[in-house]
Ligand binder design. Structure first.
Ligand SMILES: CCC/C=C/C(=O)SCCNC(=O)CCNC(=O)[C@H](O)C(C)(C)COP(=O)([O-])OP(=O)([O-])OC[C@H]1O[C@@H](n2cnc3c(N)ncnc32)[C@H](O)[C@@H]1OP(=O)([O-])[O-]
Ligand SMILES: Cc1cc2nc3c(=O)[nH]c(=O)nc-3n(C[C@H](O)[C@H](O)[C@H](O)COP(=O)(O)OP(=O)(O)OC[C@H]3O[C@@H](n4cnc5c(N)ncnc54)[C@H](O)[C@@H]3O)c2cc1C
Length: 683
């Protein structure tokens, strides 16, 4: 691993020497094997050793426009250099196969590359061509028919005259997609669609890369044939000229402005005025429009939403990376920072020795590890269901949709909370831009909203859960992820605290689903429509779905732990056991109100679990630094004065402060222009 030249801080040296696990063994497991670990390190070196990829100044000192231009320049060099890498070493798994063919696995790997450690190191405000790979290409791949794929896919993959994005959201509607207003009217005489933006609220608004970067979009629009409405369909539209990049006739396009984070993404607005595209630019894998204007319904209309499912699955992985970057920074900082003697006359301890500090940091490490186990499961599950869909079997789709929605919501929400808690755990220094929590948080918190807002997606899961609850009453077979609902026995507290806690979380979820179902029934009896009843049960429904996600995360962690312990070195298996326990008990204690409401648990049993939890924090303490080292985040990936491997926090903080452009001149011009006149009473 490449390290900066300063000597490692003595506290970190001691931490590493005293650990009982090997970071390297952990890193190997975390990366998915030795070969993958070496490959990733080599790829990182390939970029980080290249001075072209060193930012001339910290991005917090760049203007919005400057950041965009800088990011596009770097983004294009990144792609060129990645292609070169693959030509030299191809075909290499995990680097996206930019020079090879395209399938969903390749897109998945590429997506992890640009939104994973390397991507966030180079593009702290996100990869400026992200939407091309994250949504435009998956949509072409999954929603184009064979002819269309032949025509567009290869070119789009190699960015041969095409930079695309996914334009769905409008100024007036993001969540309720059936309410989108953009129109595509079919003109059978010319075999063309005519696209229009009928109002201000119909403007496309938010699509990433759309402001200045992209020249094509997949746009979702309401299809009309001879004035008859046929619902939303995806259309491929060129918005900027391939050569000049000028907006095409009838296109009104621009950037929506600075955001809380992800400012390299160039989110845009887009309006259409009588924009004509040929008939074969409606993506027709599902529904079709024949030349004479006959509409042919697709076998599975919900496949229109397929790209969103793909991205939601990957978001669980994205936010896990952000959370663990923040946790690594906070752990290293807490091992070096000294504050407040514990015994009156003793020296100041590392802040990591304050138990309350451990309680702020370790549950976030544990959470990140358990999210990783869930993300891996979800990706496997996604692939399995997609294969079944290809074979015409749609049975698993509702379960995939339900699981991806609630995991995307809960993992994002709790990662956001975790990153902010970790920032606060670094005291005042955590608030500095040079600590990098702002960028990490900015990216993670966007995921709370995009690709389906938190509550909205929980409500999607809840619909499924309520239906499954009804099936369980009829003794029907339930899908795996909710099979626990079938077991209606009360919790029997045993010596196995972990099993108790997981089961208690499942009972909470099952009980909350039942209560939501009962409330809907009650509202129906009161004469409410099904939809209004669901609205009035919304709080119960959304919290039931979140409880289901937590129960799933806990059960999945326990299941995966058992598998892992068979293959890992005992000391590593032991530490993973600690982390899974910390995660499950932390989840349990944070939901204590619900746990006590739905389980017969005595105070003494809760106390037993609290004591075990606190003991685990102390037990994990000696391995904390070694474990976060094992995530193997290069210093460039953390991008933080507080989180470097060498622990030289004070030197780096001062170095960054001195680089500040305001310190370049001893007296700033504002003194003479404003402050001095103010003090002389001359304003
Ligand atoms: C890098 C990232 C950048 C960001 C990009 C973006 O943000 S891009 C923009 C991202 N934007 C968003 O994410 C917008 C979020 N909004 C939405 O996704 C939809 O408007 C909605 C799902 C909220 C409602 O949709 P609706 O009013 O059409 O539907 P409904 O509620 O009436 O349900 C009808 C049936 O469909 C089912 N079903 C639904 N979705 C799926 C699915 N994906 N798969 C499978 N099934 C699905 C549902 O379960 C129900 O089944 P049931 O019960 O009848 O058996
Ligand atoms: C950084 C970023 C990048 C994005 N990139 C893209 C992109 O590339 N392409 C694209 O098309 N879009 C993109 N989007 C748009 C994004 O998908 C939407 O913002 C998102 O789906 C939420 O929709 P909304 O903004 O309309 O929120 P709203 O739906 O207006 O939500 C506002 C509030 O209303 C509540 N609410 C709404 N509906 C319901 C309901 N049915 N029940 C209960 N409560 C409800 C929500 O819970 C929330 O509290 C992006 C957004 C962001 C922030």
């Amino acid at each position: 691993m490449e390290r900066v030249s300063m000597e490692v801080h003595a506290d970190l040296q001691r931490e590493r020497a005293a650990a009982t696990i090997s970071s390297e063994h952990f890193a190997e497991w975390w990366a998915g094997g030795r070969e993958r670990l070496e490959e990733r390190r080599a790829l990182e070196r390939y970029f980080f050793d290249d001075p072209e990829f060193n930012d001339p100044k910290h991005i917090s000192f760049m203007s919005y426009k400057e950041l965009y231009e800088h990011s596009v320049a770097k983004g294009t060099r990144f792609l060129a250099k990645l292609r070169e890498w693959q030509r030299l070493r191809a075909p290499v798994d995990g680097t996206g196969g930019l020079t090879g063919g395209l399938d969903i696995k390749t897109l998945h790997d590429f997506r992890l590359l640009i939104s994973g450690p390397l991507g966030t190191a180079l593009f702290q405000q996100s990869f400026p061509l992200r939407l091309h790979f994250a949504m435009f290409l998956p949509t072409l791949l999954n929603q184009g028919d064979e002819e269309q794929k032949k025509q567009w896919l290869e070119r789009a993959w190699h960015m041969d005259g095409i930079i695309g994005t996914y334009a769905q959201t409008e100024l007036g509607h993001g969540t309720f997609i059936r309410g989108l207003e953009t129109r595509a009217d079919y003109d059978a005489e010319h075999e063309e669609f005519v696209l229009n933006t009928p109002s201000l609220t119909a403007y496309k608004w938010w699509p990433g890369n759309m402001g200045q970067t992209a020249n094509m979009v997949v746009v979702l629009a309401q299809l009309y044939i001879k004035g008859k409405h046929y619902g939303l369909q995806p259309f491929l539209v060129r918005i900027r000229n391939e050569q000049t990049h000028e907006p095409e006739p009838g296109i009104d396009v621009g950037d929506i402005g600075a955001k809380l984070g992800a400012n390299a993404v160039n989110n845009g607005f887009l309006g259409f005025r009588n924009v004509r595209i040929p008939r074969d630019q409606m993506l027709m894998k599902n529904a079709k429009v024949l030349p004479d204007g006959t509409f042919v319904k697709g076998p599975e209309p919900l496949l229109l939403y397929g790209t969103m499912v793909f991205v939601r699955v990957l978001i669980v992985h994205d936010v896990m990376v952000g959370l663990l970057q923040a946790a690594t920074i906070a752990t290293r900082y807490a091992a070096v920072r000294r504050q407040s003697p514990i015994e009156p006359n003793a020296p100041e301890p590392q802040i990591l020795d304050h138990l309350t500090q451990q309680a702020k940091i370790f549950p976030q490490i544990a959470r990140g590890v358990c999210y990783r186990l869930a993300a891996d499961f979800l990706w496997q599950f996604y692939q399995r269901i997609m294969q079944q869909l290809e074979a015409g079997n749609r049975k698993g789709l509702p379960e995939l949709h339900a699981l991806s929605c609630c995991l995307k919501s809960v993992c994002t929400q709790e990662s956001n909370e975790g990153i902010d808690a970790l920032r606060k755990a670094c005291g005042g220094q955590g608030y500095l831009a040079s600590a990098n929590f702002d960028n990490i948080y900015g990216l993670a918190t966007a995921a709370y909203t995009y690709e389906g807002e938190y509550t909205v997606l929980l409500l999607q899961t809840a619909r499924f859960l309520v239906r499954q609850y009804e099936d369980s009453l009829k003794r029907k077979v339930l899908p795996d992820s909710i099979n626990y609902m079938r077991d209606t026995t009360r919790l029997r507290w045993t010596k196995n605290l972990l099993a108790n806690a997981v089961r208690a979380l499942e009972i909470v979820a099952a009980s909350k689903v039942r209560v939501a179902w009962e409330q809907i029934r009650l509202e129906r009896k009161r004469g409410q429509s099904a939809q209004q009843a669901a609205n009035l049960a919304g709080i119960q429904l959304s919290t039931a779905a979140a409880a289901h996600a937590r129960a799933f995360l806990a059960r999945n962690s326990l299941r995966e732990l058992k598998k892992l312990q068979r293959n890992l070195k005992p000391e590593l298996g032991g530490v993973l056991q600690q982390l899974v326990e910390i995660f499950v008990y932390d989840t349990f204690l944070r939901q204590l109100g619900d746990i006590l409401k739905w389980n017969h648990i005595a105070v003494v049993q809760v106390t037993q679990l609290e004591q075990r939890y606190e003991q685990l924090l102390r037990d994990f303490r000696p391995n904390a630094v070694a474990l976060v080292d094992g995530f193997d985040f290069h210093d460039r990936v953390l991008g933080s004065t507080l989180g470097c491997y060498d622990g030289r926090i004070y030197e780096r903080l001062m170095e960054e402060a001195r680089k500040n452009p305001l310190n370049e001149e001893p007296v700033n011009s504002s003194f003479r222009m404003h402050l001095q006149p103010l003090m002389r009473g001359k304003l």
